[in-house]
Write a protein that binds this ligand. Structure first.
Ligand code: PFF
Length: 451
């Protein structure tokens, strides 16, 4: 480990909070969240999701924060410092997940860039369905994957203060402002009442009837949206220079992430309802096709589409840089690699790993389900066992720094981590493995057969 290199830190507290919010707010909030709400029965899902955010997401994000701040290290170094040599493999898993997730996240984010351009040129208005087919695979997809990756490499190569911190200070406020403006406009669209009631009034009979699918979906979404389970929050909190109140920071980050997801729903649903598009149409491409169709139909649709996809692209960049930083912090801390060279090399590797995803949409599912549903949950589970059960005293001690006397709050937190968080992760992992095996046996085999 190269102890002699002066480790970077955030210049300001708000820089750290915005970077974490920037990581949390991404494709998950704008793309995954509204459509999960759609697929899982509207407001009923929303209610369960909010409960998960508070009782599972908040304790879990604090686990990553205490690990990062206590050790001032990347996930591999951090887990080794806390748990001993054998725990470094869990840190290694985090780095690996970061690598895999960014390789396909960048392909999907490339579609978003393409739709931003498409809104400016009106490219998708003629046939939104055919348009998605053309741009989502093949050379088009690969080129935009390359452009997106180059943007991410450029920001991360500049470092914590000059790259990531400045970028998020510009991007996060811009995302909020754009979505607010779009939500106000969406409010003026026809059938906004229908959209709001679908989105905001829970039907409890739906929860009772479909809890088996609502619960894991809500838990998975809570982890994914808060960027948990892959060391992002460990890495970002390791650049903190002082002992601040982590509870307040976590509250602010979670509040902003949830607020932005809710806001995205207030934009997306009125637009879909106004254009008469079914909000429950599933699949990774459905969002793009149905939104593009809606933007083609409603007044000022293309201007709206441009602003929407632009906000969406900013959100994707601010998440992608956090994934890249996990890998880079590992290379810098553990192997003394130069930041600029390391970032370029890692970006090139991710670019290659992402290329198969541009061949067919089935590959998106192959990567996404494995990384985001199986590996990420496995990573979070390992961390919860280490911090909640094996190193709880140190964890409570670390949380108390910057807060003072925790009283019973520390105990409540650890028990939330030890039982509810752990149970949710174990159940989610079991379900995710089953559904991944199912996917491999059916859809993926058929895909291979067609090649
Ligand atoms: N939280 C991001 C989103 O909601 O899109 C996705 C994400 C980013 C997940 C970074 C995990 C991560 F480490």
């Amino acid at each position: 480990m190269s102890e002699s290199i002066q480790r970077e830190t955030w210049a300001t507290r708000i820089g750290f909070v915005l970077a974490a919010v920037g990581s949390a707010v991404g494709l998950g909030n704008i793309w995954r969240f509204p459509f999960q709400v759609g697929e899982e029965g509207g407001a009923a899902f929303l209610l369960v999701y909010l409960l998960f955010i508070v009782f599972i997401g908040l304790p879990a994000i604090l686990v990553e924060f205490v690990v990062g701040r206590r050790t001032d290290r990347n996930p591999v170094g951090a887990l080794k410092a806390i748990g001993g040599d054998s725990w470094k493999y869990l840190g290694g898993l985090f780095v690996l997940i970061g690598f895999v997730i960014l390789s396909y996240y960048s392909v999907v984010a490339g579609w978003v860039l393409r739709y931003t351009v498409g809104s400016a040129t009106g490219g998708y208005t003629e046939d939104p369905e055919a348009y998605f087919g053309t741009i989502s695979t093949g050379l088009d997809a690969a080129v935009f994957h390359l452009i997106f990756m180059a943007i991410v490499v450029g920001i991360v190569a500049l470092g914590i203060r000059r790259g990531i911190e400045i970028a998020v200070k510009l991007m996060v406020p811009a995302i909020v402002a754009l979505l607010l403006a779009l939500a106000v406009y969406a409010y003026t669209l026809p059938d906004v009442a229908g959209a709001y009631s679908y989105y905001l009034s829970p039907d409890f009979s739906v929860i009772a009837a479909e809890w088996q699918s609502i619960l894991p979906a809500a838990a998975g979404q809570a982890f994914f949206t808060l960027s948990l389970g892959m060391g992002v929050m460990i890495t970002y909190s390791s650049y903190m220079s002082e002992d601040r109140n982590l509870g307040e920071d976590a509250g602010a980050i979670i509040g902003l992430d949830t607020g932005i997801a809710l806001l995205a729903g207030l934009v997306v649903f009125p637009i879909l309802f106004a254009a008469g598009v079914d909000p429950a149409s599933p699949g990774p491409g459905a969002v793009f096709v149905s939104l593009a169709a809606a933007f083609t139909d409603i007044p000022f649709g293309l201007v709206l589409g441009f602003l929407f996809f632009f906000a969406f692209a900013l959100a994707a960049v601010s998440s992608a840089i956090s994934l890249m930083e996990v890998v880079i912090s590992y290379l810098i801390d553990e192997h003394g690699v130069d930041r600029v060279r390391g970032t370029i090399a890692v970006g090139a590797g991710m670019l290659l790993l992402g290329l198969p995803v541009t061949v067919d949409l089935t590959m998106v599912t192959l990567y996404d389900q494995l990384a985001a549903e199986v590996l990420l949950v496995l990573g979070a589970l390992g961390l919860v066992v280490l911090v909640g059960w094996l190193k709880s005293e140190e964890a409570i001690d670390e949380l108390s720094k910057g807060i003072g006397d925790l009283r019973s709050v520390g105990t409540v937190w650890i028990w939330l981590v030890r039982v509810p968080v752990l149970v949710v992760l174990v159940v989610s992992l079991a379900l995710a493995v089953t559904s991944y095996v199912d996917f491999l046996r059916t859809e993926f085999l058929e895909f291979l057969g067609e090649l």
